[in-house]
Design a protein around this ligand. Structure first.
Ligand SMILES: [Zn+2]
Length: 238
């Protein structure tokens, strides 16, 4: 169920039987020369859709909220099309959204995150909400991290705009993927270095992995295992 398609009386009656809401959260940012700027939202939105579908089969209903499109993306801000929201502003904005869902009565709020830079502000936002809403639990799911082992049994590598993310996009919106431009390499530094243009070194052209081995089959397999596992986590606790 997509919240934005409901009327308020429909929403009100849904709340009587549904206690879990999924909020997809992403970023508008450079993903190499081969993936669209909205990749980090397309992926969690599709995962949420599949999770809902699987749960329906188990007789469990959840609500999917409208996504938070803009995220905190300091590192990729060196490339055109990256729209970075500062960490404090992003944390405060998401905290208000989580708080509103808690006040509406949802007891489990799932932040289904598609973007690494959001990680710390999301944890801080969630922690702040628990002060006023001790009954509410907030889950932070980072799909590419939490299911890394599964993903690496499907893909030989993963990374920003890399083999895993590109495969997922091939499965979701193939018409938006320019495989002829899909190239890159894995880069890392021993310690975390924060400086203005670090993105150019760590993410050349907005990529940090080799995406050339991406396929639609790998993308389907990732979406399938990730949504199955999230659905089971939700169902097991209902
Ligand atoms: Zn991404």
């Amino acid at each position: 169920m997509r919240m934005e398609e409901l009327t308020w009386p429909e929403f009100e009656s849904l709340k009587e039987r549904v206690n879990t809401v999924i909020i997809p959260i992403g970023s508008v940012e450079a993903h190499g020369k081969h993936l669209p700027l909205g990749t980090d939202v397309f992926a969690p939105l599709e995962i949420a859709r599949r999770v809902e579908e699987r749960l329906r089969g188990l007789g469990v209903e959840v609500l999917t909220a409208p996504p938070v499109w803009y995220g905190h993306t300091f590192v990729l801000n060196v490339y055109p099309g990256t729209i970075n929201v500062g960490g404090d502003a992003f944390k405060a904005y998401v905290r208000e959204i989580i708080k509103e869902f808690a006040a509406e009565g949802f007891r489990r709020i799932i932040l289904l995150n598609g973007h690494g830079g959001n990680y710390s502000p999301l944890v801080l936002a969630a922690e702040e909400v628990t002060v006023d809403f001790p009954e509410t639990e907030i889950w932070l799911i980072n799909w590419w991290l939490d299911f890394r082992e599964d993903i690496l049994s499907i893909c030989s590598s993963q990374g920003h705009a890399g083999q895993d993310e590109t495969s997922v996009m091939l499965a979701i919106r193939p018409e938006l993927v320019k495989m002829e431009n899909a190239r890159g390499e894995k880069r890392s530094s021993k310690v975390r270095i924060i400086k203005k243009d670090i993105g150019k070194e760590l993410f050349p052209e907005g990529v940090n992995d080799d995406p050339s081995l991406a396929t639609v089959e790998k993308g389907e397999a990732i979406l399938s295992v990730v949504s199955e596992k999230i659905a089971r986590l939700i169902a097991g606790d209902t």
